[in-house]
Design a protein around this ligand. Structure first.
Ligand code: ZN
Length: 286
């Protein structure tokens, strides 16, 4: 109850600051249900594969990582696929990583997720595309069952499971990539993409949403601030793909997305479209 009251106070604060909309009640029918409890007098604890929760005492669970620091609160959540998760909020000191002098520019794309100035190319795993047909099949099944019936519920469960698989794959890929980039480089330059605007392009919207550039940017930014790294942003409208990164000549012909490779008419340098863009992002980012 204490946490619920705090959450309400918090949401009204945001509402009066005109930051958020007016708070709504939680729905009993929402597939995701959760509650939070505060730690007092060691009522939350972890011992091997057992978790101690207020009122529930010791519960067996799959312990995914070692606990560090002082426990502040715990949240128990059931996701749409019907799995239960406990997240424990702890107070920890994060130590910045040892400094190095590597600088990197990253161009985000659809075919290749990231192309870096040091030659690293990361393929786009396209998780949604991978499960698209399976998802459509179960969504169609769900639509044809009687709403609320037991067969409908089974189909609904299946749809939620597929969505969960997509999200898990995506998060695993992004966390591994961003952690590696943060570990290896001191300064990271990325493009300031207006993802919301780009989603208005109906032909590319599905692929852009699947690539999850926004989440990539979020992870890079928060990991950088924790580990003492610098993130630089290149302007949305900077001509990163048309400019030759060697001499600065702007080639209008490269605007067309189908041009993958081009030779600079000014200095004869041969450019790969994405690698050249990554170099420009590194140079233009502030
Ligand atoms: Zn040139």
């Amino acid at each position: 109850m204490q946490s619920a009251v705090r959450h309400v106070a918090d949401s009204f604060d945001r509402f009066f600051k005109k930051q958020n909309q007016a708070p709504r009640f939680k729905s009993r029918k929402h597939p995701v249900q959760s509650y939070t409890t505060k730690q007092t007098n060691g009522n939350i604890a972890i011992k091997e594969n057992k978790l101690k929760l207020p009122k529930l005492s010791w519960v067996r669970f799959a312990n995914s990582r070692a606990l560090e620091g002082r426990i502040l609160s715990a949240m128990v959540r059931r996701n749409a696929a019907g799995k239960y998760f406990a997240s424990i909020v702890c107070e920890v000191d994060i130590h910045p990583l040892p400094q190095n002098n590597k600088e990197i520019g990253i161009d985000l794309g659809l075919k290749e997720f990231a192309v870096c100035t040091d030659g690293l190319r990361e393929a786009n795993p396209k998780w949604f595309r991978h499960y698209e047909k399976k998802l459509a099949f179960w969504q169609r099944r769900m639509a044809r069952r009687t709403k609320g019936g037991s067969n409908w519920l089974k189909a609904k469960q299946k749809v939620a499971q597929i969505h969960e698989k997509i999200a898990n794959g995506r998060h695993d890929f992004l966390h591994q990539l961003t952690t590696r980039l943060i570990r290896e480089n001191q300064t990271i330059s990325i493009e300031n993409l207006r993802v919301a605007n780009m989603l208005k392009n109906h032909k590319l919207a599905k692929s852009i949403a699947d690539a999850s550039w926004g989440e990539f940017e979020r992870q890079i930014t928060y990991k950088a601030s924790g580990y003492g790294r610098t993130v630089k942003m290149a302007d949305t409208f900077a001509p990163t793909s048309q400019t030759c990164h060697v001499c600065g000549f702007i080639n209008q012909e490269v605007k067309n997305l189908s041009v993958r490779q081009w030779t600079c008419p000014c200095c004869d340098a041969l450019h790969d479209r994405d690698e050249n863009a990554a170099h420009n992002i590194k140079q233009m980012a502030i």
